[in-house]
Ligand binder design. Structure first.
Ligand code: NI
Length: 183
């Protein structure tokens, strides 16, 4: 198993809609999941979606460890979701700065639903149903957007709130703490 190259914004595959994964237990699927996890960890990402590796299947992975240096980021257990579905539990939207491994070096202010419920199969074939809020809910919405061919810049309401991390940090627009891409 290996890390794979990440597609970057501008590659038309990232704008395509991914298809339902039928053969959840195939060797190919298991290899894909392993490679997604390895690629995410190597890139220090909070999540990754199969289309970012050029595979147009509805698979996402995410997870973030507790880091005492960044106490504002809640830990999320490492999670694999196959064919995820999402339900909005609260129409309230929250704005926060987001990044993406396919949009390296940049951040944008993106609105996301505060509270959702997602359901999906995990890599062992168990159906999971989880209520998520705040950062956890944001990561899931970001990754599922990838399956719909949507990158976070398309969600930005005010494009003056989109820029390079170094400039945003230097000018105090965002705190100089974030080392994790949202995926
Ligand atoms: Ni992303």
């Amino acid at each position: 198993m290996a890390q794979r190259d990440l597609l970057k914004m501008g590659n038309p595959r990232l704008n395509e809609i991914s298809t339902i994964l039928i053969d959840r237990h195939s060797k190919e699927t298991q290899n894909l999941i392993t490679d997604m996890l390895e690629t995410m960890l190597a890139a220090n990402g909070a999540g990754i979606a199969a289309p970012q590796l050029g595979v147009l299947s509805r698979v996402i992975v995410f997870g973030i460890n507790q880091n005492p240096r960044y106490p504002e980021i809640e830990p999320i257990p490492q999670t694999v979701l196959i064919n995820p579905e999402i339900e909005i539990l609260d129409e309230e939207m929250v704005f926060a700065w987001e990044g993406c491994l396919s949009v390296p070096g940049m951040r944008g202010l993106v609105p996301r639903y505060k509270k959702i419920r997602y359901s999906a199969y995990d890599q062992l074939g168990t159906k999971r149903k989880v209520v998520a809020e705040d950062f956890h809910a944001r990561v899931v919405q970001h990754e599922i957007d990838h399956l719909e061919g949507i990158l976070y810049p398309q969600r930005i309401k005010d494009l003056t709130k989109f820029g390079f991390i170094d400039e945003l940090e230097k000018t105090g627009v965002i705190p100089t703490i974030t080392k994790t891409e949202s995926g």
